[in-house]
Design a protein around this ligand. Structure first.
Ligand code: AMP
Length: 139
């Protein structure tokens, strides 16, 4: 059973499609945070960013790169917040990778991406070094 986004790609559910190519697809969010709020997805279903194969990831970024200026110009935005909710704990509701392109306007009252955190951690230098090493060992 496809996710709702898979059904949109297949034309089973209507959407305001703004771009489509062989592997990627972009359409307006049904509950926009701002006029022009657009979602960019791979056509095939992958739940998380790291499930996306490298070639499709490159295509996805190319479409994001193409859609951002189109959205900004279309709604005369000053900027965009571009983000993925990557996993349920991060707020991902639809388990099909999607990039939110949210137009931003001077004085729109919204916050930066830093506003997503709940309580921020108080980490000393040793802890930061250890975390950096743990990440570096895996990249
Ligand atoms: P997320 O919380 O990152 O999974 O975001 C899912 C997004 O999909 C939300 O912003 C919804 O408004 C949007 N959405 C859900 N159903 C549809 C739909 N049928 N067409 C367009 N956008 C949708």
């Amino acid at each position: 059973m496809s996710t709702i986004f898979g059904q949109i790609v297949d034309g089973e559910i209507p959407a305001r499609v703004v771009y489509e190519d062989e592997t990627t697809f972009a359409f307006l969010d049904a509950n926009p945070l701002a006029p022009g709020h657009t979602l960019v997805i791979p056509k095939d279903e992958y739940e998380r960013l790291n499930d996306v194969p490298e070639d499709v990831a490159a295509d996805l970024y190319a479409t994001i790169h193409r859609v951002i200026p189109a959205v900004e110009e279309a709604v005369d935005a000053d900027a965009t917040t571009v983000a993925f909710n990557n996993g349920e704990a991060a707020g991902q509701e639809v388990p099909h990778v999607h990039c939110h392109v949210v137009p931003r306007f001077e004085g729109d009252g919204g916050g930066p991406i830093h506003a997503i955190a709940g309580e921020t951690p108080d980490l000393d230098d040793d802890e930061l070094d250890e975390i950096a090493d743990e990440i570096a060992d895996r990249t």
